[in-house]
Design a protein around this ligand. Structure first.
Ligand code: ZN
Ligand code: ZN
Length: 475
């Protein structure tokens, strides 16, 4: 696993950066320390123990719930106990959404209950529910092709499947079916909305997830993949209309608050230059939020702890954030990412000093590639990073990172360069946002590989002089 020291000869020296400034290249010493961090993580990084305790103590952590708040207090205590500096809990207001009762059934001609979940942020039905004829579409585009008013009084069903992909592009393609679909159906006159869960499996559980919140909402649900197949078969078996009943008790129930938990290892030379990493603490209510996103919290915290334990400090500050409220939508004009937006707005004057940002929020699979900001592909940092990461089975991604994970979106929009340690997501959407998102889905060895990559890369980045903004290609 360890690279020969001779292979590193010549890595140190002076380098002229594209921006014209003179900077010290990544030193042999930095590479040696990054390798040590990597190898130490592989021996047992401590990440699994963090997600184990988090999910066991608090179970599900819906945004704005007492459980999320208690987990944040516990986290702040734990981060302080780990020796991190400037530990803060930063609260912001949030409307608390609760699921309440959910029922989806075929009323006729083949009466039966289906396995379903309400979409996050959706609304309630009248008591007793909504009963109407179902109009079933194989694809989302089929729905979009319907003229306005053509679905008046109907329940819209979209059966489109989600394709598994290492980088999650299948989910990226199908996510508008959940986020925007209920609005598109309502605009055409529908009174209810049902989609095939955005899941890449054929088991009988349903996937929740946020849908757009606002005026004109109709009750919206996801059914399990086998139940979507069942509806298709039912519709092919008869010319009679399929009538369905939808029952939802969901809604925004109270004014509450969520919070970001922040902790740092302060830089020795450039304490004002900040690298931001982290995950989100909130989860959906169905599982215990182990892969989404207890794993991301655990990976980034364990990586920073390994750096904190070193006898030397990094030159730049590294800050870990446990963002609150990533999952839920909020009534307009707010919509999503309340925690990420609050973090960025609170530091609007400091974003220039944010060197880079990245969130771990793609489950607990192994990392397979590193993506750097545009223009950094030929940097000394890239060469140093790939020396240390290649033995972990990690490739350099030729495509620049355009985002750093959901909660970094407001930062990236504010000009902060993103990087990505991309995780294999082939099976992430099998259990994402379901009752099966529990600790048992996590392989501790895979978490250690993640921590190894994060710790090693963070050390190199924090000790590098790289200025991603200066490397940005001219538009
Ligand atoms: Zn997430
Ligand atoms: Zn999620």
């Amino acid at each position: 696993m360890r690279l020969a020291a001779s292979a590193l000869a010549g890595a140190m020296g002076l380098l002229i950066l594209a921006g014209g400034s003179t900077a010290l290249a990544q030193s042999d010493e930095d590479i040696r320390i990054a390798e040590q961090l990597r190898d130490r993580a592989l021996e047992g990084s401590g990440a699994f123990e963090i997600v184990e305790e988090l999910t066991t103590r608090f179970g599900p952590r819906p945004a704005g719930s007492a459980s999320e708040q208690a987990a944040a207090r516990w986290g702040a205590e734990m981060l302080t106990g780990m020796g991190f500096a400037n530990v803060q809990v930063e609260s912001f207001p949030l409307k608390l959404w609760e699921r309440g009762e959910t029922r989806v059934e075929i009323v006729s001609p083949f009466p039966q209950a289906l396995v379903a979940t309400a979409l996050g942020g959706t609304v309630s039905t009248p008591p007793g529910g909504i009963e109407a004829e179902a109009v079933i579409f194989e694809t989302y585009q089929d729905l979009l092709d319907q003229p306005e008013g053509s679905l008046t009084g109907k329940i819209v069903v979209v059966l489109q499947d989600t394709v598994p992909a290492q980088d999650g592009r299948g989910y990226g393609t199908s996510s508008p079916i959940r986020g925007q679909g209920p609005f598109e159906a309502a605009q055409r006159g529908a009174v209810g909305y049902v989609l095939r869960s955005l899941g890449t499996h054929d088991h009988r559980f349903a996937h929740t997830g946020a849908t757009r919140v606002g005026e004109g909402q109709i009750p919206a649900f996801a059914i399990s993949p086998p139940d979507a197949d069942q509806l298709r078969r039912a519709s092919r078996l008869t010319d009679a209309p399929i009538r369905m009943r939808l029952v939802s008790g969901a809604g925004f129930v109270a004014d509450s608050h969520s919070q970001n938990v922040v902790a740092e290892v302060v830089g020795s030379e450039f304490p004002d230059q900040v690298i931001v990493i982290g995950g989100h603490l909130d989860s959906w209510d169905l599982g215990t939020g182990a892969i989404d996103d207890g794993a991301g919290i655990a990976i980034t915290t364990a990586a920073l702890k390994l750096i904190e334990d070193l006898p030397v400090q990094p030159r730049r500050t590294i800050r870990v954030v446990w963002w609150g409220s990533e999952e839920v939508s909020q009534p307009p004009p707010a919509q999503g990412l309340a925690g990420g937006r609050f973090y960025a707005e609170r530091r609007a004057g400091e974003l220039e000093m944010h060197v880079a940002a990245s969130e771990s929020d793609f489950g607990a699979g192994r990392i397979y590639s590193l993506a750097l900001p545009a223009g950094a592909g030929d940097s000394d940092l890239r060469r140093a990073a790939m020396r240390v990461l290649t033995p972990l089975g990690i490739l350099f991604d030729g495509a620049p990172a355009t985002g750093g994970g959901p909660d970094t979106t407001p930062l990236v929009q504010g000009g902060v360069p993103p990087f990505r340690l991309n995780q294999d997501g082939m099976d992430y959407f099998d259990t994402h946002h379901t009752a099966d998102d529990v600790l048992d889905r996590i392989d501790p060895g895979n978490l250690d590989q993640n921590v190894a990559a994060w710790a090693a890369f963070l050390w190199l980045l924090a000790n590098s002089d790289v200025d991603f903004r200066a490397l940005r290609p001219a538009q």
